[in-house]
Design a protein around this ligand. Structure first.
Ligand code: AMP
Ligand code: ZN
Ligand code: ZN
Length: 421
C-alpha cells in the first residue's frame, strides 16, 4: 500500500504509522465533546452498480443490508452520469453546474485550464471545487471525518481537509480498504471518525472491459458483496456497532455500447475555431473567445447531420439537466441517445466497443444506481420510491446531527422517510 497522509495536528498513531503535515482538518483530529455521542456514517460507493443488479444477482451480504435496513427502488444520478460529477454531488447535495465538477474532464474558460480526474495536481487543488462536501461539514462542526477515496477528498476545500485521507490508488486491494476503515472505527472515541467514505472501482472497471452479458459482471458484484460482508461483520463486532449507519450507493448504472453507435465528430462538422472538445455520450465544445455566433453555427451544423443525438447551446439545455449555470459545461453541449457516443477522430475506440459504458441521460433506466442503508434509526425491510443523488448529502447530515450547508439542491425529506422518527 502506498504511504498515506493525514492532516491531524500533531498526534502519532502507532496503529497506522502515518505521516503528519500541517493541520487543515478543522478538528485537529479530535471530536468535539458534543460530537462523541453522535452516530456514525460509513458511505460506500460501488462504482457502476446498476440498481437492478440488486435483484438479478445472488448477493447475500447486500441482502442482509436490505433485510436489516431500507432500500430505494433506485437512485437517479445527476447529469452527466459519470463518476466525478456524481460522487461530488453525493457529498455536497448540489448539481454539477453548482459544484463545478461538471465532468470527469472539463475546461474552465475563465481559468484557461483543464481539470481531469487522472491529473494529480488538478484533483488535489481545492480551488476547482465549489460547495461543501460532507467531510468539510463534519470537520467544521467538530466531527472527525475520514475518506478512503472519494473525488474531492484529496483537496483542501474551503481550506479544510478530512482528518484522514488516502491518495487515490486503483490498485489498493479491496480487503485492505475495509481493514483500514475498521481500524479507523477502532480508534478511541475522541479520535474515531464519525463520517467515513469508502470507494470501490471493481465493478465499473469490469463493466468497461466486458459485455454486460458476461458472467464477469456478476462475479465482480459478488466479489464486492463478499468485501461488504467483511465490513458488516467488522462493524457488528464493535462495541458501538449498533450506532453505525452503512449507506451503500453508486454513481451511475451501465449500458452496453457498440462501435457502430460511435460517431466521429469530424465526419459531422468542421472544428475550426473550436478551442476544446470533450467527447463521449455527452460532448462539450468550447468556442474560441466564447463567440456566440460561432457557437450557434456549430450547434446548427451538428443538428443538421446528427441522427442519434442533439446539440444545444448551454443556455438552451432542458432545465432537468441542471447544466446551464457553469461555463465549464461548454458553449455547445451534445447529448447522445442511450448507447450512442461521439468521438474525436484521434480518440481510441476502446471504451465504446461491445462493453459497458455510462454518461447518458439520468432518466434512462440503465443509468439508475443502487441505494440502500442500514443503521440504528433505519426502518428494517422498507422499500421506498426512487431517490435523487442530491438528497443523499442532507440525509447523511440528518443521520449525523450536523447542520447541512445552506443553498443545497437536495431535500432530506425524500430519503428521510427511511428513518424512524
Ligand atoms: P467512470 O468511468 O466515470 O466510472 O470513472 C471510473 C474511474 O474513476 C475509476 O476506474 C478510477 O480510475 C477513477 N477514480 C475514481 N475515484 C477516483 C479518485 N478519487 N481519484 C482519481 N480517480 C478516481
Ligand atoms: Zn463511475
Ligand atoms: Zn465507468
Amino acid at each position: 500500500m502506498k504511504a498515506w497522509v493525514t492532516y491531524a495536528l500533531c498526534a502519532l498513531f502507532a496503529l497506522t504509522g502515518q505521516v503528519f503535515s500541517a493541520s487543515q482538518s478543522s478538528t485537529g483530529g479530535m471530536n468535539a465533546p458534543e460530537q462523541r455521542e453522535k452516530p456514525y456514517v460509513v458511505l460506500v460507493s460501488l462504482d457502476g452498480f446498476r440498481a437492478d443488479y440488486l435483484d438479478r444477482f445472488r448477493l447475500p451480504n447486500l441482502a442482509r443490508v436490505m433485510k436489516r435496513g431500507a432500500r430505494a427502488k433506485w437512485m437517479n444520478p445527476v447529469f452527466p452520469s459519470l463518476t466525478f460529477p456524481n460522487h461530488y454531488s453525493l457529498v455536497t447535495g448540489l448539481h454539477p453546474d453548482k459544484h463545478g465538477i461538471v465532468s470527469n474532464s472539463f475546461y474552465d474558460p475563465a481559468r484557461r485550464q483543464k481539470y481531469a480526474m487522472h491529473d494529480g495536481p488538478a484533483v488535489t487543488d481545492g480551488t476547482w471545487y465549489r460547495g461543501e462536501p460532507i467531510w468539510v461539514t463534519a470537520e467544521t462542526q467538530g466531527m472527525v471525518a475520514a475518506c478512503y477515496f472519494w473525488p474531492g477528498s484529496e483537496a483542501a476545500i474551503g481550506g479544510v481537509r478530512p482528518t484522514f485521507v488516502m491518495p487515490y490508488d486503483d490498485d489498493a486491494p479491496n480487503d485492505a480498504r475495509v481493514r483500514r476503515v475498521l481500524e479507523w472505527l477502532r480508534l478511541p472515541p475522541d479520535r474515531r471518525p464519525h463520517l467515513i467514505t469508502l470507494y470501490f472501482s471493481e465493478l465499473d472497471t469490469t463493466s468497461h472491459r466486458n459485455s454486460l452479458n458476461s458472467p464477469n459482471i456478476e462475479r465482480a458484484a459478488r466479489s464486492l458483496d463478499a468485501t461488504l460482508g467483511v465490513l458488516i461483520d467488522g462493524i457488528d463486532a464493535l462495541s458501538f456497532g449498533s450506532q453505525v449507519n452503512l449507506v451503500i450507493t453508486a454513481d451511475h448504472g451501465m449500458v452496453e455500447t457498440s462501435r457502430s453507435r460511435t460517431i466521429t465528430i469530424e465526419s459531422l462538422v468542421d472544428l475550426s475555431g473550436i478551442e476544446h472538445t470533450f467527447d463521449g455520450p455527452v460532448s462539450s465544445f468550447h468556442v474560441a473567445g466564447g463567440d456566440i455566433a460561432r457557437a450557434r453555427k456549430l450547434r446548427d451544423d451538428l443538428n443538421a447531420r446528427l441522427r442519434n443525438g442533439r446539440a444545444y447551446l448551454r443556455d438552451e439545455l432542458p432545465d432537468r439537466y441542471h447544466y446551464s449555470a457553469d461555463p465549464r459545461a461548454g458553449d455547445v453541449v451534445v447529448i447522445m441517445e442511450e448507447a450512442w457516443a461521439l468521438k474525436r477522430a484521434t480518440a481510441k475506440l476502446v471504451q465504446f466497443g461491445n462493453r459497458g459504458a455510462h454518461g447518458w441521460d439520468p432518466a434512462a433506466p440503465a443509468m439508475r444506481a443502487v441505494f440502500l442503508a442500514m443503521g440504528p434509526t433505519l426502518k428494517p425491510g422498507l422499500v421506498i420510491d426512487p431517490v435523487d443523488n442530491v438528497d443523499v448529502y442532507p440525509f447523511m447530515t440528518e443521520l449525523l446531527g450536523l447542520r447541512a450547508a445552506p443553498g443545497i439542491d437536495g431535500q432530506p425529506g425524500r430519503i428521510g422517510s427511511m428513518v424512524r422518527k
